[in-house]
Design a binder for this molecule. Structure first.
Ligand SMILES: Cc1ncc(COP(=O)(O)O)c(C=O)c1O
Length: 402
C-alpha cells in the first residue's frame, strides 16, 4: 500500500467506529463491474456491495437520474403528494403485480415494516389476541441490525449484549418443512419471514420447492408468507424475484432497488394486508422521497432493458460449470448458488483466507461470508469475456491450495 493508502487507513482506524473488519484495500472509484483502489489498481468486484450494484457501479442511467432529479426535487414531506412517487407506485405495481408498495430506505426498515404489517394483520384479520402475535423466522437468518433484527437472530455476534430483546419471534430450522409445520400449528402465528436463499448465512440454497411447500403450509395455517428479497431480489438469482413461484403475501426489496446509489427499500403486498395500515401509524421522513422514487424506477428498468435476469442465469451457470471439477477433485468442499448469487465453500477457513488474499493480489475482490464460505457475486452486467477472464483469475488463485 502506498503512502496515501497508509494515511487513510490510519484515519479510519483512529477516527471511525470499528464495527467492520475490512480488508486492507482502499477503494476510490467504481465503474461497471470494476473497482479501483487508491493506488489505481483495478479489481473485479465479486461482492457487488452485497448484491446492491446488480446494475454495475455508477450506471450512467442512474447517474443521470440522480443528476436530473436532484435539480428538480429531492425531498418533499409526505404531508404532500409527489409526482415521482405517484409514478413509482404505478410502475412497481405493473412490474411486480402486487396491489401496493410501501417505500422505506434501508433493508432492515423494509423488513421491520413487513413485520409490523404482519402483526397488524394478525390482530385485525386473523384475530390473534392483543400482544400475542408471533413471527416465525429461520435459524441463521440475517435481515439487518435493528433491535428487532438482533432479537430474531441466532448469531451471538449479532445479538449478544444488545438485550433486552423484542419478543414475538420463533425460530425454525431453515429448509425444514416439518419443523415449520410444528411451529405453525401453535396458533397466534401472523407471519413466516424467510430469505429464498440465505445470503449472509453462506449462500444456503434450500431444496427445490421448499418455498412453494412453505406457501402451502402458510395457506393451511392462515399465516402470511413474507419473503425477504433484499439480497435475492431484482435478478440476482436469475429471476426477477427468487420467490416469484411461491407468490409471497409480502416481498421486501432493498439494495439493488437503487443500484448502489442510495438506500431504497420497499414492501410489496396486496390490499388484504396493505389496506390495514392507517395514516400516521408508520412512515419515514425519507421513505418514498422523489429522488429515491426516480432512482428506484430507473434501477428496475435497467434490469429489464439490459436483460440482466437472463444474463444472471447464464453467467451463473457458466461460473458453476467452469469450477465444478474443483469440488469433484476435493480441492473445495462445495460450489453452490443460483444465478449470480454464488459461493465457494472451502475445506478449511485458512484456505478460504489464503485464496481470498490471492484473489485480491490477482485483481478480484470478495470476502468470507461465514466460516470457510466465500461469496462470489459480480454485478449482473458482466459479459462473457469478463466472466471468463475472472474465472481464469479464480482458477489461477485456487492453485495455492491445489
Ligand atoms: C436478506 C437481507 N435482508 C435485509 C438486509 C438489511 O439491509 P440493510 O443493510 O440495507 O439494512 C440484508 C443486508 O445484508 C440482507 O442480506
Amino acid at each position: 500500500m502506498n503512502k496515501i493508502g497508509k494515511t487513510l487507513l490510519r484515519m479510519d482506524k483512529r477516527y471511525g467506529a470499528q464495527n467492520y473488519k475490512a480488508m486492507d484495500v482502499i477503494i476510490r472509484a467504481g465503474r461497471g463491474i470494476y473497482m479501483y483502489d487508491v493506488n489505481g489498481k483495478k479489481y473485479y468486484d465479486y461482492l457487488s456491495s452485497y448484491s446492491s450494484v446488480n446494475q454495475g457501479h455508477c450506471h450512467p442511467r442512474l447517474v443521470e437520474a440522480i443528476h436530473e432529479q436532484s435539480k428538480k426535487l429531492t425531498l418533499c414531506s409526505r404531508a404532500f403528494y409527489s409526482e415521482e412517487l405517484c409514478e413509482y407506485y404505478k410502475y412497481m405495481n405493473s412490474m411486480f403485480g402486487y396491489d401496493r408498495c410501501l417505500p422505506m430506505n434501508t433493508g432492515v426498515e423494509g423488513v421491520e415494516t413487513a413485520i409490523k404489517l404482519a402483526r397488524l394483520w394478525g390482530y385485525k384479520v386473523k384475530g390473534i389476541p392483543s400482544e400475542r402475535a408471533e413471527i416465525i423466522v429461520a435459524k441463521n437468518n440475517f435481515w439487518g441490525r435493528s433491535i428487532a433484527a438482533c432479537s430474531s437472530s441466532s448469531d451471538p455476534l449479532c445479538y449478544q449484549n444488545f438485550g433486552p430483546y423484542v419478543p414475538g419471534f420463533t425460530c425454525v430450522k431453515y429448509d425444514d418443512l416439518t419443523d415449520l409445520e410444528l411451529k405453525l400449528r401453535r396458533g397466534n402465528v401472523a407471519g413466516f419471514l424467510i430469505e429464498p436463499i440465505q445470503g449472509e448465512a453462506g449462500v444456503k440454497v434450500p431444496k427445490e420447492n421448499y418455498l412453494k411447500r412453505a406457501r402451502e403450509l402458510c395457506n393451511r395455517y392462515n399465516v402470511l408468507l413474507i419473503c425477504d428479497e433484499v439480497q435475492t431480489g431484482l435478478g440476482r438469482t436469475g429471476k426477477m424475484l427468487a420467490s416469484q413461484d411461491a407468490r409471497a403475501d409480502m416481498v421486501v426489496l432493498g439494495k439493488a432497488l437503487s443500484g448502489g446509489m442510495m438506500p431504497i427499500s420497499c414492501v410489496l403486498g396486496n390490499n388484504n394486508v396493505m389496506d390495514l395500515i392507517e395514516a400516521g401509524s408508520h412512515g419515514s421522513t425519507y421513505g418514498g422521497n422523489p429522488l429515491a422514487a426516480k432512482v428506484g424506477r430507473v434501477a428496475v428498468d435497467i434490469i429489464l432493458k439490459e436483460n440482466l435476469i437472463r444474463n444472471s442465469k447464464d453467467k451463473g451457470n457458466l461460473f458453476r460449470n467452469s469450477l465444478k471439477d474443483y469440488v469433484e477433485r476435493g480441492i473445495v468442499k462445495d460450489i453452490r448458488g443460483k444465478g449470480l448469487l454464488n459461493a465457494i465453500e472451502f475445506n478449511k477457513v485458512e484456505e478460504a483466507e489464503k485464496v481470498v488474499n490471492k484473489f485480491r493480489e490477482n485483481g478480484l475482490l470478495t470476502k468470507i461470508t461465514k466460516g470457510s464460505t466465500v461469496r462470489m457475486c459480480p454485478p449482473l452486467i458482466i459479459s462473457n469475456k469478463e466472466m471468463n477472464n475472472s474465472i481464469d483469475i479464480i482458477k489461477e488463485s485456487l492453485r495455492i491450495i491445489e
